[in-house]
Design a protein around this ligand. Structure first.
Ligand code: GCU
Length: 355
């Protein structure tokens, strides 16, 4: 097996303990910022939400969906983007999914909002293109509102999509319908990478859900099935998702001072749920499972169980529920009902463990 960077030694070689885990976590985040995703700008002092429409006729009248414009100040003036907020209208605070999606709106093939409301969950839903375009233009949307450093560490799109999710959370914290103890970030594929990266940096997120996030998401770079996407492929097709430095590792995975288990471990001791799909070889299901195994050391250090599944490839349909939960769902690259069923289950487990 190839050498995998060690989670449990600080950069200066000191052993990591439960006591200095906070410092180690900061190191993990820093290396991922510098070498992979780029640094985010500082958070604004505050955010303002303007509700522009409310639909009360959803989930048999038991839920509401608001259109909200979120505003905050940046060095280049006020920035605003839209999102939707759906919640049960029973007057209570609810566990909330912070969902970043490919398309606008909670009525979408990748989410069943009525079902989530019926189960007592709220959902904040943002379309990533409302934050910044998915292309090499680093001047539009939120990306244009800051001076981006050109030293190789300037933010890529994933960092800024994640930044927007955190701003939504700033707003949700002001709403009585949100139970801030129970926040789960969710995204599929490139947005699964975004969900993990957001949760790694934002400790208000208690559960990070990664659906088919693959390369630069949950999947190891060093250990990969031949069909799996690599740093070489991803930086050729989508260089703008990352900081410039990431390109240094094309064909040089062995030189990376990190691997993707750092991303998962930066979420410890909070919870992670990783979903893979059996036919999604590009995202490399087994590479995703193995980085869950690798990241588990961080939870063990903190007296938790971490990943409780096997290290041999799981069979299709198998699940394991732990601090890092994992499911290998039958089918293609997709965010569907069996995925959400599993993530809702993971969310309920997290709530049960943290009453
Ligand atoms: C491409 C890309 C993946 C990404 C996926 C998606 O396939 O190579 O890294 O996860 O798009 O976002 O759907």
């Amino acid at each position: 097996m190839r050498f995998i960077p060690d989670l449990l030694h600080m950069q200066d070689g000191t052993a990591v303990t439960a006591e200095n885990w906070t410092l180690r976590r900061a190191e993990l985040i820093d290396v991922l910022r510098r070498e992979e995703y780029g640094y985010a700008p500082p958070a604004p002092d505050g955010v303002r939400g303007e509700v522009t429409a409310v639909d009360r006729k959803c989930a048999c009248g038991k839920g509401a969906i608001e259109d909200i414009t979120l505003r905050f100040d940046t060095p280049k003036g006020e920035y605003a983007f839209p999102f939707q907020y759906a919640y049960p209208t029973d007057g209570k605070a609810h566990p909330t999914f912070l969902f970043i999606n490919f398309r606008k709106g909670v009525y979408d093939k990748y989410v069943d909002v009525d079902s989530l409301i019926e189960q007592g969950f709220a959902v904040a839903d943002v379309c990533y293109k409302d934050v910044s375009s998915d292309d090499g233009d680093l001047t539009n949307g939120i990306c244009g509102m800051f001076d981006r450093p050109d030293d190789g560490t300037g933010y890529g799109k994933i960092t800024m999509w994640a930044y927007a999710m955190s701003r939504i959370l700033d707003y949700l914290a002001q709403r009585p319908q949100t139970d801030m103890r129970y926040i789960a970030s969710v995204g599929h594929s490139r947005l699964g990478k975004t969900s993990l990266w957001c949760a790694a940096q934002d400790e208000r997120i208690g559960l990070a859900v990664s659906n088919d996030s693959g390369c630069a998401g949950a999947a190891y770079e060093r250990i990969k099935r031949p069909e799996g996407e690599t740093v070489k492929a991803i930086t050729k097709n989508f260089p703008y998702w990352f900081c410039e430095n990431y390109k240094k590792y094309v064909d040089r995975a062995e030189d990376m001072p990190f691997d993707q288990h750092f991303l998962l471990a930066a979420i410890a001791p909070r919870r992670v749920a990783v979903g893979s799909a059996s036919e999604d070889l590009w995202a490399d299901p087994y590479g995703e499972q193995l980085s869950c195994v690798g990241a588990s050391a961080a939870w063990h250090l903190l007296g938790k169980k971490g990943f409780v599944g096997r290290s041999e490839p799981m069979t299709v349909g198998e699940q394991s529920m732990g601090d890092i939960s994992y499911q290998l769902r039958d089918g293609i690259h997709y965010l569907g009902r069996p995925d959400w069923r599993f993530y809702c289950e993971c969310f309920r487990e997290f709530i049960k463990e943290n009453p």
